[in-house]
Design a protein around this ligand. Structure first.
Ligand SMILES: [Zn+2]
Length: 634
């Protein structure tokens, strides 16, 4: 998934409360799942649950979707593994209305819902007995449930029917299902979902690809997953197969376009399998959601959720699909145990994505991606430094007491990738690939934390070789700030050509005389980023005339272009930017525009006007961030 950030501190009172709640359970053991040996889960400061005492092994959902009331209602059955004869099951619950809880012996259970804590919700403490094998919780979600976005027909691409999608990462699963909402807890699940007969319901599980006619859908996820991978979407969607075990769901008027854009999906799967072993989840589909989806993509198992902003018409933004697919190994198979270990999900995934893209599109393409990644990473480090958040440039994070969603930046992604590149360079690609393949195989369906990864790296790859430690310096990467001296410098001949054109343009050559033939999205992004702070309004107008940036159909290019327009108050582009901000809800594109707009009085007034019109189409994740920017100091 893709995060962008600002931090939200919560009270030290809360921190103490959560720490106390979990510390007592720290030393006990739990069975991860049937296939794994015993592991003790690390203390997860972002969950009230007590999985080391009693863990959820399987979940069965029975839910009805009500678009009128914007609720899901029904029940969840939780099957338990009670390791310590515990008499209380702690679950995470937020914004939920609990009707009653029934034990497997038919008796109604007593339970206590603690005070609501900002971001974290409530500790739902259910009294059970050592003999309790399962409980049924009858509940409904609130229309404000942060994981769920309910769209009116006019907010979809096809425009005829309402639409619903969920986003559970990081700790939003608890806003639609009472559960042990900690990434270290893995369980299987099944579900029955009832909706309008003209719509199809899909989950991150085995499902059909056509409408059933009666609106009732059954799902089964046989492999254990973490709660943040629970996902549901309901809408007017159609399916097109793209190969042996993959396909795409999209709204009817988008289906052919999406299928064309994702034509390389099967070869991505084949390349990934050739690198790091068999795909463990059977089918791999992508569902293209309406534009309000707040992220680029979300790696829900078997069914990636994706933003339509990657449908550029030239397949130039499909690295995102390689990224979400790679999560089928890094993240979904071997999972960060807490959000402090997030780099184990994302750093590995960016590295893996890069390898898939290199295989399919060649080395020059991969080099451009990597060099652009380094540019973004350096900016992030600079910003965090300036804001006094240097500790957040470590790979291993301390997010305790903070909303993990706001605390995660692209450090996990890009610094993580460059760390793994450094290891690859030191040991050689062949050895590193063998190591990664073994890592994914041996740790499949298990949580992984930073300490255990370090031990695994030592045992299986570095083996006490002091020359290797010196060439890599793993501790500096994981527990140190910024970029260690061992960090490689990405090179790209293609982008060097762009640098030449940047030099020509800034020294007086007009835009129409620049040599831009054959440039792809990556060239253009590098061009626009390289010009930051170096052009005047007349040059912006010159570029716009030559390259038509204001009317580009490519959202990545638009986002970088608009940043120039804001900096120089180039008003010709504002109607187009208004359209962009009111149709796209992807946070990665919103933050870099709202932030500079909010820096001036006029800009802020304009941004607020746009935001008020745009917000019905934004997901809560994006709304929280943008309101923090526009209204924080008021
Ligand atoms: Zn990701």
């Amino acid at each position: 998934m893709n995060y962008k950030t600002k931090f939200a501190l919560i009270t030290s009172l809360l921190f103490t409360f959560i720490s106390c709640n979990n510390n007592t359970e720290n030393d006990k053991e739990v069975n991860g799942e049937e296939t794994s040996e015993k592991v003790t889960l690390a203390n997860d400061a972002h969950s009230f649950s007590n999985p080391n005492d009693v863990a959820v092994k399987h979940m069965h959902l029975d839910l009805a979707v009500d678009f009128e009331r914007r609720t899901l209602s029904g029940s969840v059955r939780l099957d338990l593994d009670n390791k310590t004869n515990a008499e209380v099951l702690h679950l995470d619950s937020r914004q939920l209305n609990i009707d009653k809880i029934v034990l497997d012996n038919g008796e109604e259970a007593s339970y206590e819902l603690a005070e609501d804590v900002e971001y974290f919700g409530q500790d739902l403490a259910v009294n059970i007995t050592p003999e309790t094998k399962s409980i049924n919780i009858y509940y409904q979600t609130s229309p404000e449930a942060e994981a769920l976005q309910w769209l009116k027909p006019e907010q979809t691409a096809y425009g005829k029917n309402p639409f619903l999608f969920s986003q559970s990462q990081a700790i939003l699963a608890r806003t639609w299902i009472p559960c042990q909402d900690s990434p270290g807890v893995k369980f299987t699940y099944s579900a029955t979902v009832k909706t309008n007969p003209e719509l199809i319901a899909l989950m991150s599980a085995e499902n059909g690809n056509t409408k059933t006619g009666d609106g009732v859908y059954h799902f089964e996820m046989k492999q254990p997953i973490s709660s943040y991978l629970l996902a549901l979407t309901v809408g007017d969607l159609e399916f097109k197969s793209l190969g042996r075990n993959c396909g795409v769901f999209a709204e009817p008027n988008m289906l052919e376009k999406c299928a064309w854009e994702f034509a390389d999906m099967q070869s991505m799967i084949d390349s990934a399998e050739a690198l790091y072993g068999a795909y463990a989840w059977g089918q791999y589909d992508v569902v293209v959601l309406p534009p309000s989806f707040p992220f680029g993509g979300m790696e829900n198992p078997r069914l990636t959720f994706a933003t339509p902003t990657i449908i550029a018409g030239d397949r130039s933004l499909v690295a995102l699909i390689a990224h979400e697919l790679a999560h089928s190994w890094s993240g979904n198979l071997v999972t960060n145990e807490t959000w402090n270990d997030f780099w184990l999900n994302e750093g590995f995934t960016v590295y893996f994505e890069q390898r898939i893209m290199e295989k399919i599109f060649g080395t020059p393409y991969e080099e451009m991606e990597t060099k652009l990644g380094m540019g973004g990473l350096k900016q992030t480090i600079e910003r965090l430094n300036k804001d006094g958040q240097i500790d957040d440039t470590h790979l291993y994070l301390d997010l305790d007491g903070r909303n993990p969603d706001d605390g995660l930046t692209d450090i996990a992604y890009e610094k993580g990738r460059f760390f793994l590149q450094t290891v690859e360079k030191a040991v050689g690609r062949e050895k590193f690939d063998a190591f990664l393949k073994q890592y994914f195989t041996e740790n499949a369906f298990k949580p992984m934390n930073t300490k255990r990864f370090e031990a695994y790296l030592d045992e299986h790859l570095l083996k006490g070789d002091s020359a290797l430690y010196a060439a890599i310096q793993p501790k500096a990467w994981i527990y140190g700030p910024g970029l260690p001296e061992t960090c490689p410098t990405p090179e790209s001949e293609e982008l060097d050509k762009v640098t030449t054109q940047i030099e020509r343009f800034t020294t007086g050559t007009s835009a129409s005389e620049l040599e831009v033939e054959g440039w792809t999205t990556h060239h253009w992004l590098y061009f626009l980023r390289g010009l930051k702070g170096q052009v005047n309004t007349a040059q912006l107008a010159d570029m716009d005339k030559a390259f038509g940036f204001t009317n580009s159909g490519n959202n990545e290019i638009l986002c970088d272009w608009f940043q120039h327009c804001i900096a120089l108050e180039y008003k010709d582009a504002y109607p187009s930017m208004d359209r962009f901000l009111t149709t796209v809800g992807r946070r990665k594109f919103l933050t870099p525009l709202y932030e500079p707009l909010a820096a001036t009085e006029d800009g802020k007034a304009w941004a607020k006007d746009v935001y008020e019109r745009a917000k019905p189409g934004y997901h809560a994740v994006s709304k929280n961030t943008i309101e923090g920017i526009l209204y924080a100091s008021e």
